[in-house]
Design a protein around this ligand. Structure first.
Ligand code: UD1
Length: 345
């Protein structure tokens, strides 16, 4: 079996990717410091796939611990690097946390790849690198705009670090995946998004409000230059997103990548915040109380992907409808509430 190291493999996108990798016959080893995830995710992955991935609680910025781990697993053929901090607001308050977590871990990982002759890297990047694009839908060749947050900057700098390293090391290859807005949960409702405290992202806030955990959702602005005035994003199903990682890894292993390739992972369709709320209410039959408040600082007005390059080169396309994706997010939230109640009794 081909062994893949997944950093951040117990996190939201990481856990869904581990499931897809195992279902496709890869052997997965995970490192994660559990800073934004739960160890029980391993039980859930095992429940879905029948296989418990190897796991060690390691912070990717800890070079010695990572070295020891990779020495033990000296047959790793590729790395998928998810482990990173991702809260935009927190990154503005604590930039050094973001620069150290996100960039030290990447630099260390690339050094380890050199030291242990691991050739293949898949990197989690973000549509945030485009800022507010001049043209929509946005293609991979659109200019990179100055980052609006230290978080966004770590993704831009991370991409540059990878490119420089790959160009200097002809044996190393990488696929950079720029995610649009991942939402939803696994169809089994065993794994999904587990936000720490008050959610920053839209969907967990929607589902927690629908579940009665939050009084109302704040819609950040209705005076944008969009049809209904609220911001527009490209919401991509997390399982679809996970599947793209399996394809990317196989493409690297098949030696189809010359040096670095970069792909947008989105649906190609933009939806407004108000459309998301309305569709969620329609498919679940549950009301989401909301009120319009001021714009959130740093928000982009509208962005959605041109996914044609990924469609053509990776042979990957988002498959789930937004309706089914919202249903899966709701099923996951309900399961979380049920588990919470059971643990209180
Ligand atoms: C942001 C980052 C993205 C990052 C992601 C991870 C930017 C431009 N985007 O995505 O790179 O990967 O966070 O956390 O920096 N909204 C509300 N009410 C809420 C929450 C959100 O109205 O309570 C709205 C926002 O204004 C936005 C949309 O919902 O229009 C999506 O917001 P969110 O889920 O936070 O994602 P982004 O800001 O798009």
């Amino acid at each position: 079996m081909t062994k893949i190291l997944v950093t951040g493999g117990t996190g939201y996108i990481g856990s869904h990717t581990v499931v897809e990798l195992q279902n496709s016959g890869y052997e997965v080893v995970i490192v994660d410091n559990l800073s934004n995830s739960d160890i029980q995710v391993l039980d859930r992955i095992e429940k879905i796939t029948g296989i418990r991935p190897v796991f060690e609680n390691i912070d990717c910025t800890d070079f010695m611990a990572m070295t020891n781990f990779i020495e033990k697993h000296n047959d790793i053929k590729a790395i998928i690097h998810f482990a990173a901090s991702k809260a935009v607001g927190e990154s503005v308050e604590n930039p050094l946390l973001y620069y150290s977590n996100n960039l030290f871990s990447l630099v260390h990982l690339l050094k380890l790849m050199q030291n242990f002759k691991i050739s293949n890297l898949v990197f989690s990047s973000s549509c945030t690198v485009y800022g507010q694009p001049d043209e929509l839908p946005v293609t991979e060749s659109a200019p990179i705009k100055p980052a609006l947050s230290p978080y966004g900057n770590t993704k831009q700098i991370g991409e540059e670090i990878i490119r420089d390293t790959i160009y200097a090391n002809p044996d190393m290859k990488s696929i950079i995946l720029r995610y649009f807005n991942p939402i939803g949960a696994h169809q089994t409702a065993e794994i999904g998004e587990l936000p720490n405290g008050i959610p920053n992202n839209l969907l967990p806030f929607v589902t927690q409000t629908a579940a009665g955990l939050r009084k109302e959702l704040k819609v950040f602005g209705d005076d944008y230059d969009t049809p209904d005035g609220s911001c527009i994003r490209d919401y991509i199903n997390v399982v679809d997103l996970a599947k793209a990682h399996v394809i990317a890894v196989q493409r690297l292993l098949d030696k189809h990548v010359r040096d670095v390739e970069t792909f947008n992972l989105g649906t190609g369709r933009g939806l407004s915040v108000l459309e998301i709320i309305k569709t969620f209410e329609e498919v679940t039959g549950v009301k989401v109380p909301y009120k319009i408040v001021d714009r959130r600082e740093g928000d982009i007005e509208k962005v959605w992907a041109n996914p044609v390059y990924a469609n053509n080169v990776l042979g990957w396309k988002s498959a789930e409808t937004v309706e089914d994706t919202l249903r899966s997010a709701w099923a996951w939230e309900q399961k979380l509430q049920m588990n919470r109640k059971n643990s209180q009794n």
